[in-house]
Design a protein around this ligand. Structure first.
Ligand SMILES: Nc1ncnc2c1ncn2[C@@H]1O[C@H](COP(=O)(O)OP(=O)(O)O)[C@@H](O)[C@H]1O
Ligand SMILES: [Mg+2]
Length: 246
């Protein structure tokens, strides 16, 4: 169940702009033609918002997410994260901003193949020059029901376990934004709802903004906003409207 924010929390959480798109669009060259993957888009994501992105296959969802995270540049327009505009940053600055601000759960696994789950978390702390937070690690692993996997390598995990491990790593550093591309695709209903619940908790407790691409209409009830995308055109929608489309 979602427990809604108190009014006070709501006000403080929605006032902070975390991610801003201004006239952002993306074209991919495709032989002699051009694929207009993302039409000019202006939108803002605030701290503490749980935003779902829904749309058919090929509609531009992954393009949107990777541009949000600075993993690829748009063809035009400006993207700002935490008030910093990507196009004004060097590659190194962008990589540092990404590390400190964004938790990715991508479709291709973003786990390091030669590290165990716990070592991935320790690597994060070490790169951030922070002490390993064993309590946070244990609590996340418990929430995601992966405590038994802490000593395992990604290769030793099933698809669903890998997905939950990636979610654990993404949440561990308390990023300002989680960008998740179909993070529950390999999970059964109860685990998928569990993940949506964990994301919802992060938005309330830590004011994390979560942008989650999903095909699962049951998860929309947990979200504050739904963006639908069709042929690269993004539209604001309500969970109810979007459920009919999914
Ligand atoms: N690297 C690329 N080069 C060329 N076309 C691409 C590339 N990535 C995606 N596309 C095209 O852009 C459109 C949107 O793709 P994508 O963002 O992956 O959609 P979705 O995640 O909604 O399935 C599709 O037509 C896809 O074929
Ligand atoms: Mg995709």
């Amino acid at each position: 169940m979602t427990i809604k924010n108190t009014n006070e929390e709501q006000t403080s959480s929605t006032s902070t702009e975390v991610l801003a798109f201004k006239d952002v669009y993306k074209d991919y060259p495709d032989g002699d033609t051009t694929v207009h993957a993302l039409a000019p888009t202006t939108c803002t994501i605030h701290a503490g918002e749980f935003v779902a992105v829904v749309g058919p296959s090929g509609s531009g969802k992954s393009t949107l997410l990777t541009i949000m995270g600075g993993l690829q540049q748009p063809t035009g327009g400006s993207v700002s994260l935490d008030g910093k505009e990507y196009s004004r940053m060097s590659r190194k600055e962008l990589a540092q901003l990404r590390f400190s601000t964004v938790g990715f759960v991508l479709q291709s696994s973003n786990l390091v193949p030669f590290l165990t789950l716990e070592e991935q978390l320790k690597l994060h702390s070490s790169y951030a020059h922070e002490k390993y937070d064993a309590r946070r690690a244990a609590s996340l692993m418990e929430d995601l029901d992966i405590e038994k996997l802490r000593g395992k390598y990604p290769d030793e995990l099933s698809g669903g376990e890998k997905q939950r491990a990636a979610i654990c790593v993404a949440l561990y550093g308390r990023p300002a934004v989680i960008l998740a591309d179909e993070p529950t695709a390999s999970l059964d209903t109860s685990r998928a709802m569990g993940v949506a619940d964990i994301f919802a908790q992060a938005t309330r407790r830590e004011h994390t903004a979560v942008v989650m691409v999903t095909h699962d209409e049951r998860l929309l009830t947990e979200c504050d906003r739904v963006l639908t995308i069709q042929d690269g055109k993004l539209q604001e929608s309500t969970p109810e409207q979007a459920s009919q489309q999914v």
